[in-house]
Design a protein around this ligand. Structure first.
Ligand SMILES: Cc1cc2nc3c(=O)[nH]c(=O)nc-3n(C[C@H](O)[C@H](O)[C@H](O)COP(=O)(O)OP(=O)(O)OC[C@H]3O[C@@H](n4cnc5c(N)ncnc54)[C@H](O)[C@@H]3O)c2cc1C
Ligand code: FES
Length: 253
């Protein structure tokens, strides 16, 4: 029988690694214990010989199986991609705060690989019977992971779904769907634009931020961003205090 465990470092077993788009992979790993994970939290992976662990949003979580959806970028992701079923993988997590799920009509906006955190959030909202619309923007149809159900797709080149950046359709989406809250994950400029637009409509927006991380546990302060709290600007770690923040609290550059 699996038991809950508070310790955050796991030797997990790789269940499968699959290419799911032209540039992204899904890896599922089985932890030796059952853990509680909130959508928006992340894990960090030790990648053979690399000093710094690599952080990834949790994409799926069923009992003790955790999935991450990742884009190949450098040595770390190349290593993870090369793992085979049955291999051992060293994981720390779950880390960070996760989304603060509200029982409100929700618009979920993912861009690029930010779709991973959004897909997990979508499954949590569905589980809780919370009405939602899940939209995502990609460069082209080849970038879309084949493992995800997305309500509406936007591609820069128009190869599938609506043509153009998801940002071009923000006003239309808000006016047509009339969400009470927005959750988003993606590149900085996407988060910034969505936060500014949501503010114009008086809507709460929760943004999952990304910063290059070293320790991943709030010690090195290598991932700080400026956050407005009670009229003051505070240096805040993305890894421990985030990665999810209210869009209205972030001091956007
Ligand atoms: C909280 C958090 C959640 C994340 N979730 C995911 C996820 O779900 N899926 C996913 O694919 N990635 C995610 N990332 C990014 C992921 O951590 C990096 O892609 C990974 O660390 C790259 O490691 P690497 O060794 O392969 O590449 P590196 O050798 O570290 O870098 C290779 C190249 O990629 C660039 N690069 C590295 N990180 C990023 C980045 N975040 N954005 C843009 N360019 C980058 C570097 O500048 C360099 O040019 C997340 C990051 C954070 C902080
Ligand atoms: S990565 Fe060290 S404090 Fe965030």
């Amino acid at each position: 029988m699996l038991q809950e465990k508070t310790k955050k470092i796991y030797k997990a077993k790789v269940v499968r690694v699959e290419k799911v788009s032209s540039s992204s992979y899904l890896i599922e790993t089985e932890l030796p214990y059952k853990v509680e994970i909130k959508a928006g939290q992340f894990i960090s992976v030790y990648c053979d010989g690399l000093t710094l662990r690599r952080p990834f949003s949790v994409y799926s979580h069923n009992n003790n199986i955790i999935g991450i959806l990742f884009k190949e970028r450098g040595k770390g992701t190349n290593y993870i991609k090369s793992l085979k079923t049955g291999d051992e993988i060293d994981i720390t997590g779950p880390l960070g705060n996760g989304f603060n799920i509200k029982n409100k009509k929700s618009l979920l906006i993912g861009a690029g690989i930010g779709v991973a955190a959004m897909a997990f959030l979508k499954s949590e909202l569905d589980k809780n019977g919370i009405e939602n619309l899940f939209v995502c923007g990609f460069l082209n149809k080849h970038e879309i992971p084949n493992c995800i159900n997305i309500d509406k797709i936007y591609t820069d080149d128009g190869s599938v779904g609506e043509k153009g950046s998801v940002l071009n359709y923000l006003d239309q989406m808000i006016n047509n769907y009339k969400p009470e809250i927005i959750y988003t994950c993606g590149p900085y400029i996407v988060l910034k634009t969505i936060a500014e637009t949501a503010q114009q409509y008086g809507l709460e927006v929760q943004v999952a931020m990304e910063k290059v991380m070293a320790c991943g546990i709030g010690v090195c302060r290598g991932c700080v961003i400026d956050i407005k709290k009670n009229g003051e600007i505070v240096n805040t770690t993305v890894c421990k205090d985030g990665p999810v923040f209210l869009g209205s609290e972030v001091v956007w550059q």
